[in-house]
Design a protein around this ligand. Structure first.
Ligand SMILES: [Zn+2]
Ligand SMILES: [Zn+2]
Length: 498
């Protein structure tokens, strides 16, 4: 099990405004954290700063706090079913921050009291005010009155830009590579070091997903995770990159057909690809997805899109989504083709408000209706469930738009990270941009935002995925949690109690 932290842009800004003092002194405060339990990684989603009032803390070079302030903040956390974060600043520090003896004593010394009040481990965080980057660690109870430090591998701030701060011991900078010289000369070694260390998931290995996966491997991303339960069929061969006739004949899993060539084309020194024969709507698939720092949504069904929307807003994993629609005249000639790409993340319009899925259709899919031939037969010919026209060139266009969204989100060329949803019309060659935000009553922009595992669980039993795996004799989600152990058990106990 590894550990990480995620914050929304506004939470980051509120904490930074308090901790980064004009007089250059160190300061301190508390906040709440909620668990987002992935398959291999626990992420603490930090929100709701509890700022000090009069007499709550002393600022005198090394800031300290009074016990009643800690108790008040811990009780607020417990009332919300959350854990407590103790945050402090290192004036003009930059990069991942080390801990002084005073830091260690302040956190370890209060870990027992916080655990007793909130039932969850204390999370410690430090901001270096030089670059505004965070470092973080949990204090895990390993024996009576014994608390051990568990350093996080990264802290991600999901604002209009996606900014990760990596622990240089657990996630060292990748070495300079001749293979990547042209890429690095485009945006520099520092940007590449952050980009390459993102763990990126591709959900759906159809026409767009297969191209996105290849591009990620070429651009030096070190760890790519692929999710798709389906096998390759003959009718995929005109669109899905790296699929061949032999894959269709053998019914090879799409993730396997995609993963093998990726290991050949990857430019990173230490490349890792996880081909998972799972749907994101299966519990194991969803947990594997929220281990990622960014997800590509290359699916066309409502249920997986809904699960991805939950990942984006409840778990703060930005989702790059898109799609292709081909329209025809009444006589069957092509009228046009449109492809779109957008990022679902806090502060941006969600997939439901964008109309990328309808909640009613999610329910139909969960009931198996969208895979029932007699139900499909009675749908209109232009129903999205029936639409499947596509051409490889359109998929390349859509994948390109989605990859450009990733580069804006992470690299922010010209300082612009949010270019808004984009819609390209092939017939006119024009590109539309949309600047709308979520509806006022949107749950994702409201109560579900940053709620982690406390949010609705979008997963369930997925018969279609199980049958597809059974047909090709795949072991499927017999994938045991790779880092089972005390933490896993701890969190499952915790969730059962909640
Ligand atoms: Zn310190
Ligand atoms: Zn919304």
């Amino acid at each position: 099990m590894t550990f990480s932290v995620a914050l929304s842009g506004p939470t980051h800004q509120a904490l930074r405004d308090h901790l980064d003092r004009a007089d250059g002194q160190e300061d301190i405060c508390f906040a709440l954290w909620r668990p987002s339990q992935g398959r291999d990684r626990l992420t603490a989603i930090v929100s709701e700063p509890v700022l000090p009032g009069e007499g709550d803390r002393n600022v005198h070079r090394n800031a300290s706090f009074e016990a009643p302030y800690l108790i008040r903040a811990a009780e607020a956390a417990a009332a919300a079913g959350a854990g407590l974060v103790l945050l402090h600043s290192h004036p003009s520090g930059s990069g991942w921050q080390g801990m002084s003896n005073d830091d260690v004593n302040a956190e370890r010394g209060n870990a027992a009291r916080v655990k007793a009040i909130t039932g969850k481990p204390l999370l410690g965080m430090t901001i270096g005010t030089g670059d505004g980057g965070w470092s973080a660690r949990f204090w895990e109870k390993t024996a009576p009155r014994t608390f051990e430090r568990r350093d996080c591998e990264s802290v991600r701030v999901v604002g209009s830009k996606l900014q990760l701060n990596f622990n240089p011991v657990l996630r060292p900078e990748p070495p300079l590579r001749e293979e990547l010289r042209r890429t690095i000369s485009a945006w520099g070694q520092e940007a590449q070091a952050d980009f390459a260390r993102l763990r990126i998931g591709v959900v759906g290995l159809g026409s767009v997903g297969s191209i996105v996966a290849e591009a990620l491997a070429r651009m030096g991303v070190e760890h790519v995770r692929l999710l798709d339960f389906d096998g390759v069929e003959t009718l995929n061969l005109d669109r899905v990159l790296n699929t061949q006739r032999r894959h269709a004949q053998a019914g090879t899993a799409k993730v396997i057909a995609a993963a093998e060539p990726l290991t050949e084309s990857a430019t990173a020194a230490h490349f890792r690809v996880d081909p998972l024969e799972l749907s994101i709507v299966e519990p194991e698939g969803f947990r594997a997805a929220i281990d990622c720092d960014v997800l590509f949504s290359c699916v066309d069904r409502p249920w997986p899109r809904y699960a991805l929307n939950v990942a984006a807003y409840a778990h703060l994993v930005p989702v790059i989504d898109g799609g292709i629609v081909v329209s025809k005249t009444r006589t069957g000639k092509m009228r046009g083709a449109d492809w779109r790409a957008h990022v679902a993340a806090p502060g941006r319009r969600c997939l439901e408000c964008l109309g990328q899925y309808k909640p009613g259709a999610v329910q139909l899919e969960r009931e198996g209706r969208l895979d029932d031939p007699s139900y499909i037969r009675q749908l209109a010919d232009n129903d999205p469930v029936k639409r499947n026209e596509n051409v490889f060139a359109f998929s390349v266009g859509c994948a390109s738009l989605e990859l450009s969204q990733l580069i804006s989100l992470v690299i922010a060329p010209g300082g612009i990270a949010d270019v808004g949803p984009q819609l390209y019309h092939l017939s006119t060659g024009s590109l539309d941009r949309d600047g709308a935000s979520c509806e006022s009553d949107c749950l994702y922009a409201g109560p579900l935002l940053g709620s982690g595992d406390q949010a609705i669980d979008p997963t369930g039993v997925h018969d279609v995925a199980e049958q597809a795996r059974k047909r090709r004799g795949s072991a499927g989600p017999a994938l045991q949690p790779t880092a089972a152990g005390k933490w896993q058990q701890f969190w499952s106990r915790l969730r059962r109690r909640a």
